[in-house]
Every structure is written in structure tokens, then in C-alpha cells.
Design a protein around this ligand. Sequence first.
Ligand code: FES
Ligand SMILES: [Fe+2]
Length: 441
Amino acid sequence: MNWTNDKISALVEPDRAHRKAYVDEDLFDLEMERIFERLWVYIGHESQVKNPGDYYLARVGRQPMMMTRDHNGEIHVLYNRCPHRGAQLCTARKGNAGRRIRCSYHAWFFDLDGRLDQIPASEGYDGTNLKMDDPEFQVQKAPRVDNYRGFWFASLAEDGPSLESHLGNSKVAFDQLIDRAPGGETEVVGECFQMVQQSNWKIFLENQLDASHPGATHESTGIAAMTIEKDMRSAGEEPPIAYGFLSDFARIGIDGWGKFGTVAHPQGHCSLEGYMGIRPDDPDTNEYVRLMYDAYGEKKAEEILGVNLHHVLVYPCLSVQPPLQQLRTIRPLGPDRTLTEIWHFRLKGAPEAIYKRALGYYYLVNSPSTMVNADDLFNWWKVQHGLESQGGDWVSFHRNAGFDVVEGEVRKSTPGSMSELPLRHMMQAWKNYMMSNGGGS
Ligand code: FES
Ligand SMILES: [Fe+2]
């Protein structure tokens, strides 16, 4: 199908979206071209390539890329493609290339910034059109690369808004991930979980701030956790705080999630306020707060810890939960396949107990093996299959539609509601990005 601007526009209404946006192969290609290969897409954190020679692979839209650190300490984002005959240069997910990257096919050598350094038996090229410094024979770089406080992004478009201006209000996600560390730094811990979801990338993003689903989808997990907590208390034991991450799903109830407001920000970003500030009154938290006071002074520390934020969606590719030091990035593989990477961070200078608490959330809620994620994945798979059918054309986002509260450049959910504001907002952003520079109407 030739997706003109008019046809794309007709897929998104103020309170519903057409199923084709989730299943159509041609639209998926357009999404890659106009969203993932144009906007700023997350590559990784600087601590993933700590040492000179380190590389880490990342997919941007349909393009295989790699983040490298050269021997001057500079970070680069390169296409993972040899300029000789096209072989992928690095195949392991991550590693250290040593002094130079060596293509395994014919042993051309490249610096970590992509510069062609050496060709074996190079006299074979004497008198030919191949010149060592010809841009055609260097590993190609992402047209634009930038970082925000150590979180690196690439845009495959030559022009467009700067990273800072694209991130806009969503910068708070990264500020919180860093500023909540008494040592003023954060770093990834170990390896991420990777998982291929059998569903469209938008279904994942929509689910993250869908307040009407946790009490229903995760009710059984919540009840199981509550039962264990009760049994432990009857036996005179205090259950670990992390169990509360699960029992909350039953404790809050199906319709109790309205107390956590959602906010729609420019550029398609969204956030969830309120839930899980993780500041209970226990010795570990109190010790952490003391360290924050020591590091920043009471006023500034309270400012940092008082930010009312649980979850930020950085459009189109990130779900960040700063109070729990988690970040998930999505890399669409097809209309019905999405790779997710789930990262966990350590706050420098914070007590080990704070790290372990967040690790509990990582394992119990966000990891591929938890009951919580399994229920989500199953729902998304079912949605994908339902939308592939001809049993209805539209996806409903009607909850509290028309009642959003406008405050300057942001819109907030109706107070006390489980509004589908974030879902409507992201779909409108999708429409705008998809139509920009589109094929005419
Ligand atoms: S394809 Fe890389 S050296 Fe030949
Ligand atoms: Fe869920």
C-alpha cells in the first residue's frame, strides 16, 4: 500500500487508532525510516564501553551499529559494516577489539573511530582508485551522535533537533538516575536481559503507563505474594521489602491505580508520577538519605529525592524507572517482533541494601522470568493476534478522553483517573512523526 500522509492521518483519531498501525509491514518500514532511523535512539550508557578498545552492539531502526571507545577515550557510534566487501566487523554482543578492529574476512584494520589503518599486501592497490583516506573506505559513522550525562544516543538523520531539545522534559529520567547517587555517578551492572517480544513495539510502550492494567493483569501474582507475606508474618518473620513490589498489585486493586497521575510531554514523551518513590522509613533508606544529605546538603538532597516520578517513557525507544534504577530499551525487529534490553544501574556511594532492593524489582518485576512480565508478554502476544484478525478495526483509548488537564506545554490525566492519556498522546506523536516528510497526500 502507498501510505500517503492522508492515509496515515486517517489511522489515528483523538481517542482510537486503527489496527493497521500495529500489523502492516509497509507501515513498519515507514516507522523505521521516519521514526527509528531519524529521531534520537538510545545506544547505551558510557559504562558499557569503559576501556579503550571496548565495543558494544546496538540496533538503530534496521541498522546494525556499534558503540566504541577509542584509545583517546572518545566514544563513537559506527555502522557495523566493513567498507571492503561488507562483512560485519564485530559479531559478539560486546567485547574489546584491542588496539584496532580487525575484519575477520581479509584482515583490514580499523581504528576504534572507524578510520582505515592498514590493509595487508596493500601494494595490490597501488595505481587503483582505492585511497587509504578516502571516506568510502572508512567505517561509516552515525550521522549524529551525542550523549546526555553519559547516556549515548544516535540519530541517523543528518539534520534535526539536538539531543537535548528532543529529550526535553524527559531529561529528568537521566538526571534522577544520576543525581540519586550520593557519589554523583551511575553505572550499568553486569549484562542486560534481552528478550524478543512477539508483539508490536507500540504495544510495549502503551502498556508501561496503562494504569488500568496492573490490578487486573497482575492480580494473581499480587495475591500469591500477599499470601507469602502473611505466612511469613504469622511465623514471626518480616518479609523482604521487594515482595511488596508484587503484593502491591493486589493491594492497590483493579481500580486503585487512578491515584497515580500521568503526564504527556512534548515530542511524545510521557511520565507516571507518584507510585513507588521508594522512601520507606527503614534503617537502610534512612542511611541512604543521610549519605545524600552528606553529599548534597539537606536542601538539594530533598529536592532530588522529592521528585515525584516513577516511570518515564522517552519516545520512541526507552522506558526508564529512575527510583528503581532500571532502564528498558526497545529495538523493533518487525511489526510483530520487538527486542527489549533490560538494564540495571548501581548508584555510586549508595548503601548495598538500596542496590539489592532495586535488584529485587529487576528480578521480580522486569526480568523475563518473573510472573509479572510473563503475564504482560502473554497479553501483548494476544493483542497482536487479535489485531491481526478482521474482528474489528479500531483500538480504543477512550478512557477519560477529552478530559485531559492542560498545563502549559504538558497535559495531565484527569485527577483520580486511570486515564489512557499516555496512549492517546504517543499515538498522536506517532502520526506526526510518520507524516513528516511523508509521501505527500
Ligand atoms: S570484508 Fe572486511 S576485510 Fe574484506
Ligand atoms: Fe504489567
